[in-house]
Write a protein that binds this ligand. Structure first.
Ligand code: NAD
Ligand code: DAU
Length: 328
């Protein structure tokens, strides 16, 4: 297949591109290169790169020329940033998704929207299914839910071959260090404080990035048009357990490093995704959390060339804004 991968320079997108190119696909990447998008993520991977935004129709037309299918990862992805400044989330998830859908409709292309378990909100017990109602809590998840609804409407109204793939919390190589796991790994490596929100007992359903990338590939190839597929990780953990495991892997004293800080507003307590539907397509998570975390810690330890320019750039300003007051 020749695929257009939007947001392919980001964390999950680049892992997806690497796997698809290794499997023989031809890939065009359309990416705006926001703070989270990095061409280095695609180092050594054969692809055509178009620098542009999904809300720019001319760039979309250039990138979509001659492709068989579209997979859209392009998004603003950090909940804390959506609380501080929601505008880019509204624009990329709303207008951007609309422009992509229109272009795909004109060309009658199969279209996969990469979405998130956060659209369902929080669940105290059990797991979400694809039929669970949408109840997003943050501007991030609300705008992702809006995009999902728009995608569904293009199937119902125009017969576009759409699929939606909702993943749980991803972790692994190339994740920007604003997210829990890479932030804690890099802070622990530097002997910096580990800021745990609230009581640390929020639960996330961890999914190794290569497993999610393969799941999206399964949905692209075998999914039924118009359907939603959940892709959840094999393990659930509280945040404090994750942070303590990172301290154990990196080295250092829990008491000296861990700092409980003011909670995130609207913080969802627990996510849990039921993945029976995608399993029926033949997908299975292959990496358990203990193994994936070790691989992730090792990758950050061995790839300072990747994160050093991030930690010394705009990220410092972001970190100060987000954590300066919290950490005192
Ligand atoms: P990321 O922030 O690492 O990457 C996002 C990519 O999109 C970047 O390369 C960025 O430059 C690009 N981008 C942003 N706005 C754009 C625009 N307007 N036009 C073109 N490119 C744009 O994100 P990620 O963690 O890799 O997430 C990818 C997708 O997967 C997102 O849609 C996200 O909602 C979804 N998702 C993420 C997780 C997770 O745990 N990270 C879990 C489930 C679903
Ligand atoms: O569930 C899928 C979602 O997972 C994706 O759709 C999002 O794009 C992705 O960012 C992620 O959202 P979360 O909000 O769950 O991820 P984050 O890494 O920001 O936080 C994970 C948990 O850790 C959450 O309960 C908040 C907590 N946390 C996070 C940070 C950054 C802390 O306690 N301290 C922190 O410094």
């Amino acid at each position: 297949m020749k695929l257009l991968v939007c947001g392919g320079a980001g964390f999950i997108g680049s892992n997806f591109v690497r796997i698809r190119v290794a499997g023989g696909d031809e890939v065009v990447v359309l990416d705006k290169l926001t703070y989270a998008g990095r061409e280095e993520n695609l180092k050594g991977v054969e692809h055509t790169f178009v620098h542009g935004a999904i809300e720019d129709p001319s760039k979309v037309a250039e990138a979509m020329d001659g492709v068989d299918a579209v997979v859209n990862f392009a998004a603003e992805t950090h909940v804390d940033r959506s609380i501080a400044d929601p505008m880019a989330f509204v624009r990329t998830h709303g207008e951007g998704t609309y422009i992509l859908l229109e272009a795909a409709r004109e060309r009658k292309l199969r279209y996969v929207q990469v979405s998130t378990d956060e659209v369902y909100g929080s669940i105290a017990e059990g797991s979400f299914t694809e039929e669970s109602p949408l109840a997003p809590s943050s501007p991030y998840s609300a705008t992702k839910a809006g995009a999902d609804l728009l995608v569904g409407s293009y199937f119902d109204t125009f017969g576009l071959e759409t699929l939606i793939c909702r993943g749980s919390n991803n972790y692994g190589p190339n994740q920007y260090p604003e997210k829990l796991i890479p932030l804690m790994v890099l802070n622990a490596l530097h002997g910096d404080k580990l800021p745990v929100y609230g009581d640390g007992l929020n639960v996330r359903n961890w999914l190794f990035v290569e497993d999610f990338a393969r799941g999206i590939g399964h949905v692209l190839e075998h999914g039924v048009a118009g359907e939603v597929y959940n892709v959840g990780g094999p393990d659930e953990e509280t945040n404090i357990t994750v942070v303590k495991r990172i301290v154990a892997a990196v080295g250092g004293s829990e008491d000296e490093l861990i700092s409980y800080v003011t909670d995130r507003p609207g913080h969802d307590r627990r996510y849990s995704l039921g993945s029976e539907k995608v399993r029926a397509l033949g997908w299975e998570a292959q990496v358990r959390f203990a193994e994936g975390l070790d691989r992730t810690v090792a990758w950050y330890r061995d790839n300072a060339w990747w994160w050093e320019p991030i930690r010394s750039g705009d990220y410092r300003e972001y970190y100060e804004r987000q954590y300066g007051t919290k950490l005192g």
